[in-house]
Design a protein around this ligand. Structure first.
Ligand code: NAP
Length: 296
């Protein structure tokens, strides 16, 4: 029997409705959640991500403060924008779209964001808190992956999860989250990367495989066991002359054959992607809720 397709769009839609309801409640109480967005330069992919985030904010009833800066903005001017957003009471979350131009030190910019407004969860304070099990903003894509598993009724606790990819924004945090002693954790986690010998020997033992490598066909059907859950985080442009734009989007897994063997699979697009923005809204709402409670 082919795998059940995890419909990220549908799960994201349901979560965004929940977020909107809570945002309206907070707004009525005088605490409308607000997101400050900073985009540097004209990179088309970054522009389209930022536009999608702004549109999602508006639909969910969040206030958004958009800051578009030229590609040659100085680091000092960029930090000044972040500091203005840090000080602005209407703002509960700050998002600086990455990557930044080469002349700007990304680490310094992330450090300038108030950790209490770091809704991307990239500030070392939040990364550290997440690792030691304290309340923290959890990075959006890993958080979205956990929500997809939980809301699809997949058992995480006691499962063997194999993660392929160890980036700071996806692989490492998703591995850390699923290994936590937590109701949505308690898995046994193996983390694979380009230094791993024979990745298939690990993925074949997995109940859940999460692939975030940024390379098509990193996971093929012979690398999973019958009935495994496969979460595909990858987004790749693959040449396709039959499409008007000359390419199509593909994930990191060999989708059709894996569909025949797995129990659950996320599609690309329409799987993990829609969850990332949703979790950004969720974190901003959480931040506003915490601020409202501290003022109560
Ligand atoms: P990244 O920073 O390039 O990291 C890729 C990781 O995968 C690295 O740790 C690398 O290992 C590992 N890797 C690459 N090729 C491999 C292979 N053949 N075998 C084993 N490991 C391999 O990428 P990222 O930012 O984590 O993103 C990963 C993918 O997810 C990309 O396609 C990206 O576009 C996508 N993504 C999607 C969303 C979403 O919302 N859907 C969000 C973020 C990212 P080394 O460390 O050894 O180099």
């Amino acid at each position: 029997m082919p795998a059940q397709i995890i419909d990220g769009k549908q799960i994201a839609k349901a979560m965004r409705e929940e977020i909107r309801e809570e945002a309206l409640r907070l707004t009525a109480a005088g605490h409308q959640p607000g997101l400050g967005v900073v985009l540097v330069g004209e990179d088309p992919a970054s522009q389209s991500y930022v536009s999608a985030k702004e549109k999602a904010c508006e639909e969910a009833g969040l206030y958004s403060d958009d800051n578009r800066l030229p590609a040659d903005v100085s680091e000092a001017d960029l930090i000044a924008v972040v500091e203005r957003l840090n000080a602005d009471e209407r703002i509960h979350g700050i998002l600086v779209q990455l990557p930044l131009p080469a002349h700007i030190n990304e680490g310094r910019i992330l450090l300038a964001i108030d950790p209490d407004k770091d809704v991307d969860g990239f500030h070392p304070m939040n990364v550290g808190k997440m690792l030691i099990g304290e309340k923290a903003f959890i990075p959006c894509t890993p958080h979205g992956v956990v929500q997809l598993l939980v809301r699809s009724g997949i058992t995480i606790a006691g499962s063997h999860v194999v993660v392929v990819g160890r980036s700071n924004i996806v692989g490492k945090p998703v591995a850390a989250l699923l290994a936590r002693k937590h109701e949505h954790g308690n898995a046994t986690v193996t983390l694979c990367h380009t230094g791993t010998k024979d990745i298939g020997s690990f993925t074949r033992q997995a109940d859940i495989v999460i692939v975030a490598a940024g390379r098509p066909n990193t996971l093929t059907a012979d690398m999973i066991r019958e009935g495994a859950v496969v979460i595909d985080v990858g987004v790749n442009r693959v040449t396709d002359e039959t499409r008007k734009r000359g390419y199509r989007l593909a994930g990191d897994v060999d989708y059709e054959p894996i569909l025949e063997k797995a129990s659950f699979v996320t599609p690309v697009p329409g799987g993990v992607g829609p969850m990332t923005i949703t979790m950004l809204l969720f974190n901003t709402l959480e931040s506003a809720r915490m601020r409202a409670e501290s003022h109560a």
